[in-house]
Design a protein around this ligand. Structure first.
Ligand code: GLN
Length: 330
């Protein structure tokens, strides 16, 4: 089918329901049989997932929602939690303090790399890889681990518009093999970037990664960031508009790890991925896509999720960089 050219650019609103549904059908049907990529190894509780699962959801800033395939299949949110914890922490301590304490830049190294710390004299720089995300979780307010976990759980649940639950098996599985993240946290503490209870911070971080969501939840959470921080389904103002804007700007540079530049080139909208196969893609003012498919590329990004996002971005005008010449230009 041919899509109306006016919807392939980033200004204005999404096309009407029929076209959105048709494009979602295309994105789902075109890639449902694709079996490129590998399911994550190394975390036993994640490795035994059904690799053929594939779900796509789109939630508009208007509150309209669309789903295809396994969009209600639950999986642990993993790294995608980093975006939302970052937003909650920014809301608490403000733009300037987050810039100073964590940073907002890509590090160009894989998500679990210590270089993200060591290249920058202990300044973690990138809140969307493990080092920076652990530093961000270290800024969560609260006097006890229980209070800090409550802050994270409640905040992420408000983004999703429902009470999220922990996948205990994933949490235990990751906790048993957490030496690398614990190492990152101790290194941050050594550089004065985490104050006290470094291992407790890693525990909160590991829990936030084990929260269960589905592709539709991701779309709602993303649509909240795309809608001035207000959840378009519940009407809850989760973070201020300026904080939603700050978070999306950081995701643009960092959300797809060391492939963030390639992602922008190919797909053109801020996004965040996680190792269980989720992706959230945000189009400010319009809405967000949630995608889930467990097979990953070598940077840890879902292969079918990436393809579906690229198709939706181009066909529905979610790409924030696309424009067209003024209509009166000759
Ligand atoms: N829980 C995983 C970790 O800390 C999350 C990584 C990811 O999704 N990229 O390594």
């Amino acid at each position: 089918m041919s899509h109306d050219a006016q919807h392939t650019v980033s200004t204005g609103s999404l096309p009407g329901r029929d076209l959105v549904e048709a494009v979602l059908d295309e994105a789902y049907e075109r890639f449902r049989d694709l079996d490129e990529g590998e399911v994550i190894e190394g975390v036993p509780a994640l490795a035994d997932v059904e690799p053929d699962l594939f779900g796509v959801a789109l939630v508009e800033s208007s509150g309209a929602e669309h789903t295809r395939g396994d969009a209600r299949h639950r999986f642990s949110i993993q790294s995608i939690s980093k975006a939302f914890v970052y937003a909650l922490v920014c809301q608490e301590i403000g733009h300037d303090a987050v810039l100073e304490r964590v940073g907002v830049d890509n590090t160009g190294v894989p998500f679990d790399s210590v270089l993200a710390i060591e290249h920058n004299e202990g300044h973690p720089m990138n809140p969307m890889v493990n080092a920076g995300a652990i530093a961000a979780t270290g800024l969560v307010p609260g006097d006890t681990r229980a209070e800090r976990w409550d802050f994270v759980l409640r905040g992420l649940s408000r983004f999703a518009g429902r009470d999220l639950e922990l996948d205990e098996a994933v949490y235990r599985s990751e906790s048993r093999e957490n030496q690398r993240n614990e190492g990152l946290a101790l290194l941050l503490e050594g550089h004065g970037r985490l104050s006290g209870d470094a291992l407790g911070v890693v525990d909160t971080y590991t829990r936030q990664c084990a929260l269960l969501v589905d592709a539709r939840d991701l779309a709602v959470m993303g649509a909240t960031l795309a809608s001035g921080g207000m959840n378009p389904l519940t009407g809850d103002q989760v973070v201020d508009p300026s904080i939603a804007r700050d978070t999306v700007s950081v995701l643009t540079a960092t959300g797809m790890y060391e492939r963030s530049g390639e992602w922008l080139f190919e797909v053109g909208a801020p996004a965040k991925s996680g190792i269980s196969g989720g992706i959230v893609m945000i189009s400010p003012g319009k809405g967000a896509v949630g995608a889930f498919s467990p097979r990953l590329d070598d940077a840890g990004n879902s292969v079918r999720g990436r393809k579906a996002c690229a198709h939706l971005s181009r066909s529905l005008g979610l790409d924030v960089f696309a424009s067209r010449p003024p209509s009166d230009a000759s």
